[in-house]
Design a protein around this ligand. Structure first.
Ligand code: PLP
Ligand code: COI
Length: 363
């Protein structure tokens, strides 16, 4: 499935948004509500491999109603961000890590693997073309990139498709949770699970998100912002949230649940294992049970909890609810270790701290 990198041919839009319209969007971008002027598309056909790379005007796709993905959900996606640097240039954060995860997701969903360099080239081409859409340096705003791939073969047979479409779109992003760094409340889902051993929990595929929506709605009914999922066998080991990984802070040690195969290997999660060590903390991966979560909080050894992911950066957890009760985390306030890690990671991303690990990819 690895064929030579297709060239990406430019067909610029004749109809970009005006500077004034774009500036109005950039003043309050929200998350995933507005999209830039272009998108990249690359096709894959059995026997031919990747071909027809194009940078085209952003716009609707025309799909036959029998297109495979619409029925059997053979789809994968990624999420990464590009940040305006102090000198006005743009750099993205660890795109090769996203490209590699995209390949792992592709293997799990029986899809062709896009070469890492093609994934990065496609993201770079779009950001370069729509550079004016990258928010100004200094704040938390960025350009969120959403590469994805769908089975585009027409037909209702249940089998890996013989045609795929890879697309990258981009969206200016402000805070994922409106209201700034405000602690979120978490509902511990003791019945509904997100993923099972041997399933697709560690692949970034749309079905995982569809499967999370009902539990998310139930959490909202309980007055909570997000759901924390537990393992599907014992219903006791903490896995992750619907779109973020979790970290537990024990004084100057941070602990994140071990990758068991049913949770996503977050790139923010991975980066924080290292950022924490850079700051003099200890970091480790370990299993964490809900009983331990509750007991260590009441004993005072578990001092902070936070969630992390590309879209939401680092978000403190303020309250936790489960069937047996409710408790607050670090007095319902953003904890000091959480905020220190958050600033340290954002400083690397926006280019105001040294990039000690070669994470930033200049365009
Ligand atoms: N877990 C899930 C289920 C996700 O969708 C995401 C978001 O991508 C994450 C965790 C965090 O991963 P990353 O840090 O790579 O964005
Ligand atoms: C991300 O953080 O990139 C995510 O994918 C989370 C969510 C928007 C699905």
């Amino acid at each position: 499935t690895t064929t030579p990198t297709p060239t990406i041919e430019l067909k610029p839009t004749a109809n970009p948004l005006s500077t004034a319209e774009r500036e109005a969007i950039l003043a309050n971008p929200g998350f995933g509500r507005h999209f830039t002027d272009h998108m990249v598309t690359i096709k894959w056909t059995e026997g031919r491999g990747w071909h027809d790379g194009q940078l085209v005007p952003y716009g609707p796709l025309s799909l036959d109603p029998a297109t495979n993905v619409l029925h059997y959900a053979q789809e994968i996606f990624e999420g990464l961000k590009a940040y305006r640097q102090p000198d006005g240039t743009v750099a993205s954060f660890r795109p090769e890590a996203n490209a590699e995860r995209f390949q792992r997701s592709a293997r799990r969903l029986a899809m062709p693997e896009l070469p890492v360099e093609t994934f990065i080239e496609a993201c770079d081409a779009l950001v370069k073309q729509d550079k004016a859409w990258v928010p100004a340096h200094g704040g938390e705003e960025s350009l969120y990139l959403r590469p994805f791939m769908i089975a585009s073969e027409v037909g209702l047979g249940v089998k890996p498709a013989n045609e795929y479409l890879f697309i990258v779109i981009a969206s200016p992003a402000g805070a994922y949770f409106p209201g700034g760094v405000k602690p979120v409340s978490i509902w511990l889902s003791e019945d509904r699970v997100r993923a099972v051993p041997g399933g697709v929990g560690d692949a970034k595929t749309g079905g995982n998100y569809a499967a999370s929506l009902l539990a998310q709605a139930e959490a909202a009914e309980k007055g909570c912002d997000q759901v924390a999922y537990l393992d599907a066998v014992e219903h006791k080991w903490v896995e992750e949230l619907g779109g973020m990984n979790l970290y537990f802070v024990y004084g100057d040690k941070i602990v994140t649940p071990t990758l068991t195969g049913s949770l996503l290997a977050g790139i923010t999660r991975d980066s924080l294992l290292t950022v924490a060590r850079d700051l003099g903390y200890t970091s480790e991966e370990s299993r964490v049970s809900i009983d331990q979560w509750q007991a260590d909080t009441s004993e005072g050894t578990l001092t902070e909890v936070f969630a992390c992911g590309t879209a939401a950066v680092i978000t403190p957890v303020g309250t936790v609810k489960c069937r047996s009760g409710e408790w607050t985390q670090s007095g319902g306030q953003p904890g000091p270790v959480t905020m220190k890690l958050r600033e340290a990671l954002l400083d690397v991303q926006r280019g105001t701290a040294k990039d000690r690990h070669g994470w930033m990819h200049d365009l």
